[in-house]
Design a protein around this ligand. Structure first.
Ligand code: F6P
Length: 534
């Protein structure tokens, strides 16, 4: 019997118990982990000691810690692209050597960080100016990891934002750049072209549009452009001088890149000191992941809870529910992190996966979600494991009463999802409301909550740059562990390529420049509709 079989057997044995019944003394302490002042509570799940032991065995069997060490050591664990995976080196502020092909990558990384800091200081102090004076607005043009990371973190750390206003353009839809540039002054706007490859069609098209917009008023638009990329040569071809190109190695994946030059817009917003704090946070989580025992290792435990829910219990999706309006973009960020990393059907060796790949990740901040989709989470037929995140303290000293309501709501949700409401209780409630007979019975059934819906809560004192750094690194390592256990290469993304290729081929068709001949009936009909509607 494999470990997977044993876990499935365990799930069958335990699934008819109530989660609440597991709380018979000390459970919360056992099924939680701490990393500094970060507390991860996974006690409101079905996981018990036997299950946890099996899950830990599964991780050991997959050699998670061996693979972790290989990643940190710069081995080429992204085998399909022949690359090392070293986003962790971007936050290795102490500069301990990290070798790729025998060459230490740290001197380059630290030198680039230094240049970014100098540039940000110049922009923020007004030494670097646009044609019309000090920079008032920064527009980051990028997509995927070159957008979600800086955008999510910049909003998350809004209380630390004392630099120029930040704007983010990603979509090829011209509406995005048009709406963003409208109202900006080209003479005081800095444009960051953020693209690891510097070939992504959305980014390059938007960058050209921004350059044309700037050229209408600014004599030397390139002087107000910056590039962040691992393709330095291509940035030069675009006309951006080398002193304003910030490069990084191909060992940094797009969805893991916010820690380096792709985070330039964040650094401009919150300043180099706060940015370093963010990096420190990430490095602290790295140290925790590398040094903590399995039973207290937060990324490992978070991953195993995810595997238990998705691969073993069969819950199809996972909701990420930050009770923090400023973490509005976190679900989308985790969506890319998880789904682009682990949404694969084959193992590293090209064999079909024996278990489902990573789950669908979705969500939005509480309490807004409560008034939208929580109905399904509470009473729908699909179980959705929920991952709550919340700070004990907000950033608004005058609004602590609102933060208390936020906290109460967050805790209420995980309690309600666990406890539910039985038919008996629902009947009593309806009787108290004056219903009787058949109507009472009918009403009662609508007021039943099945309960036993698993949730986890990640709680921290306050959302500081350091804490945000730890949270992001925590989830990065979680995705890594899941990938190792499933045998997936979490660091390529071939699944995005086919659509890109077909889009290139379809462009002349929607322009009416080439015939639809050879296309399927649906595509022909849609192209025909487009051409007639233009
Ligand atoms: O198409 C997917 C992807 O390659 C992501 O992995 C990446 O974050 C995004 O596109 C943007 O890529 P780039 O930074 O090279 O423009």
């Amino acid at each position: 019997m494999t470990l997977w079989d044993r876990l499935e057997e365990r799930q069958a044995q335990v699934s008819d118990r109530s989660i609440l019944s597991l709380f018979n003394g000390g459970r919360a302490g056992v099924f939680s982990a701490r990393m500094g002042d970060l507390l991860f509570d996974y006690s409101k799940t079905y996981i018990d000691v036997e299950t946890l032991d099996l899950l830990l065995e599964l991780a050991a069997d997959a050699d998670v810690f061996g693979r972790r060490d290989a990643m940190f050591a710069g081995e080429k664990i992204n085998e399909t692209e022949g690359r090392a995976v070293l986003h962790t080196a971007l936050r290795n502020l102490k500069g301990a050597p990290v070798l790729v092909d025998g060459i230490d990558v740290m001197p380059d990384i630290l030198a680039t960080l230094e240049r970014m800091q100098e540039f940000c200081t110049q922009v923020r102090s007004g030494v670097f100016q646009g044609q019309g004076g000090a920079i008032t607005d920064v527009v980051n043009i990028g997509i995927g990891g070159s957008d979600l990371g800086p955008q999510m973190t910049t909003l998350a750390l809004a209380p630390y934002h004392d630099g120029p206003r930040a704007h983010f353009v990603s979509n090829i839809d011209g509406a995005h750049i048009a709406d963003t540039l409208k109202g900006l002054n080209p003479e005081t706007t800095l444009v960051i072209v953020a693209s690891k490859t510097f070939t992504t069609i959305e980014t390059m098209t938007n960058a050209k549009t921004a350059r044309d917009w700037m050229a209408q008023t600014v004599a030397d638009p390139a002087a107000q452009f910056v590039a962040v990329s691992s393709a330095i040569g291509k940035a030069a071809e675009f006309g951006i001088p080398a002193d304003r190109v910030f490069g990084f190695g191909d060992y940094v994946g797009g969805r893991y890149s916010v820690w380096g030059p792709i985070g330039l817009s964040l650094m401009l917003a919150i300043g180099p000191g706060n940015f370093r704090e963010f990096l420190h946070g990430g490095a602290e989580m790295d140290a925790h992941f590398c040094k903590s025992d399995a039973a207290q290792n937060m990324p490992l435990l978070l991953a195993l809870v995810g595997i238990w829910h998705h691969q073993i219990c069969g819950y199809k999706t996972r909701a990420v529910l930050p009770y923090d309006q400023r973490l509005m973009h976190l679900p989308a960020y985790f969506q890319q992190l998880e789904m682009e990393s682990n949404g694969k059907s084959v193992t590293m060796d090209g064999q079909p996966l024996t278990h489902p790949s990573g789950p669908v990740v979705w969500g939005k901040p509480g309490t807004n979600g409560q008034h939208a989709f929580y109905q399904l989470i509470h009473q729908g037929t699909d179980v959705v494991p929920c991952e709550f995140l919340i700070a004990a303290k907000g950033h608004e000293p005058d609004l602590t009463h609102q933060h208390d309501l936020l906290l109460a709501n967050c805790l209420a949700q995980s309690e309600a999802l666990m406890k539910g409401r039985s038919l008996e209780e629902a009947r009593d409630l309806m009787a108290a409301k004056g219903f009787t007979g058949a109507e009472l019975e009918r009403q009662a059934r609508h007021h039943v909550f099945p309960g036993n819906r698993p949730t986890t809560t990640l709680i921290y004192p306050k959302l500081t740059p350091n804490t945000l750094g730890r949270i992001i690194a925590l989830y990065e390592h979680r995705v890594f562990v899941e990938g190792v256990v499933l045998g997936i290469n979490s660091f390529d993304q071939w699944g995005v390529e086919l659509g890109k290729e077909l889009a290139v081929a379809l462009t002349p068709l929607v322009k009416g420049e080439e015939s639809v001949e050879g296309k399927d009936g649906s595509t022909r009909m849609l192209v025909d509709y487009i051409l007639k509607s233009k």
